[in-house]
Design a binder for this molecule. Structure first.
Ligand SMILES: Cc1cc2nc3c(=O)[nH]c(=O)nc-3n(C[C@H](O)[C@H](O)[C@H](O)COP(=O)(O)O)c2cc1C
Length: 368
């Protein structure tokens, strides 16, 4: 079968096109979730710890926060270790993600997470990392519908509240995501999130939003769309093009931590913020302050700051060589280097406006 959706998405001019003009925000607040906004901060391993979630929650506009995955092996479950994951922000729902393929342990862990206060328990069916796939978990589970059915049915029986699943489009080919969606739905999952790249793609090419639309057309349960929503306007476009019920953002939130606030402002008819160089400098100071307060060693804070900086660097011209700041060995040195390079940069030279006027990132599309 050579259906176009089974192949990697061909890149079209549309994916890199800077956009402008009115944004159609109609229907944004019509969605099936009990959240203030139909937006989720994606689970990101090594990133989505409580400090990051707090930093993002403080900027506003997020409907639900997600933890990174918690690996559930076939070893005995340690409830105290699981409890450490359920750290909530006041007034904001939390989705806790588990990853594993042991029917009993996944059910036990899911039930525990729900008891500990997780508003949603999510299963990771999308991680493409070789070390994860080798163990038959994450995206590898997309290849075994029988196993999926057994694990999800057991989790369903253990979770009295909301249960969700996060999938990729497939492993080598995107040729059975509809069958995966049906198995999940039949097992009683309340909603699914799809990052429409194949596992084999990792982060190459572009998210194929046509897959989100196909799942939305196929299933009765809500579908959350994810992937390459780099600019605030794209969140509205994703919902219009795919019919998805909410939008999840991961890497774009590191590149533009104001993106959720911009989306909420657009939806409320307010003028969204246009971040400039000084905002990015202030942000990185804020990030440093938050991490210095929780990490005992400066080298750990430096690691977090550098990770963040690689995304910040994607919002400004490569000619500014912001990546040079990555060579700094101290927090003070790194912040000084960032300040020298981008303080005073006008918003027009920072690719964080709602349209993506500079078009540094490729955005997803359901219309090729
Ligand atoms: C550093 C990093 C870590 C990630 N860890 C997880 C994870 O723990 N669980 C998960 O379901 N997805 C994980 N993802 C995938 C993201 O949740 C998301 O699906 C992907 O980045 C595409 O969305 P985006 O274009 O908004 O970034 C991770 C992505 C990144 C970049």
């Amino acid at each position: 079968m050579n259906h176009p959706l089974h192949q990697p998405t061909p890149l079209s001019a549309d994916h890199a096109q800077p956009r402008s003009g009115p944004i159609d925000t109609s229907g944004w607040h019509t969605h099936p979730f009990p959240w203030a906004h139909p937006t989720l901060l994606a689970p990101m391993e090594g990133v989505s710890h409580p400090t990051f979630r707090k930093l993002m929650a403080e900027r506003g506009g997020i409907g639900m926060l997600c933890t990174e995955f918690v690996r559930i092996t076939d070893q005995r479950i340690n409830p105290r270790a699981l409890a450490r994951e359920v750290v909530k922000q006041p007034g904001m729902p939390l989705s806790v993600q588990v990853m594993g393929n042991s029917v009993q342990h996944m059910a036990d862990a899911a039930g525990l997470m729900a008891n500990l206060g997780a508003d949603v328990v999510d299963i990771n069916l999308g991680c493409p990392s070789p070390r994860v796939v080798k163990k038959g978990v994450g995206a590898a589970m997309l290849g075994d519908l029988g196993l999926l059915e057994r694990v999800l049915s057991a989790m369903r029986a253990a979770v009295p509240g909301v249960l969700s699943a996060k999938i990729r489009a497939g492993i080598e080919r995107a040729d059975h995501f509809l069958a995966v969606g049906r198995v999940l739905q039949n097992a009683g999952v309340d909603f699914i999130t799809v990052h429409p790249r194949r596992s084999a793609d990792f982060y190459q090419n572009v998210a194929d939003w046509r897959i989100i639309r196909a799942l939305k057309d196929e299933l009765d349960i809500p579908v959350v769309g994810n992937g390459d929503v780099w600019y605030a306007a794209d969140a509205f476009r994703m919902r219009k093009e795919t019919g998805c019920d909410a939008v999840m953002l991961g890497r774009p939130s590191l590149r533009n931590p104001w993106i959720f606030e911009q989306i909420a402002d657009l939806a409320a008819g307010k003028t969204p913020r246009e971040p400039a160089g000084d905002d990015l400098v202030a942000l990185l100071h804020d990030v440093a302050e938050h991490y210095l307060a929780v990490y005992p060693a400066e080298r750990l804070v430096i690691g977090k700051l550098k990770e963040w900086l690689t995304y910040t660097a994607r919002a400004v011209s490569p000619e500014l060589q912001l990546r040079h700041a990555l060579r700094q060995a101290t927090v003070t040195g790194l912040l000084a280097e960032v300040t020298t390079r981008i303080a005073g940069l006008p918003a027009s030279e920072v690719d964080l406006n709602v349209h993506g006027h500079l078009g540094y990132e490729r955005r997803g599309s359901a219309i090729l």
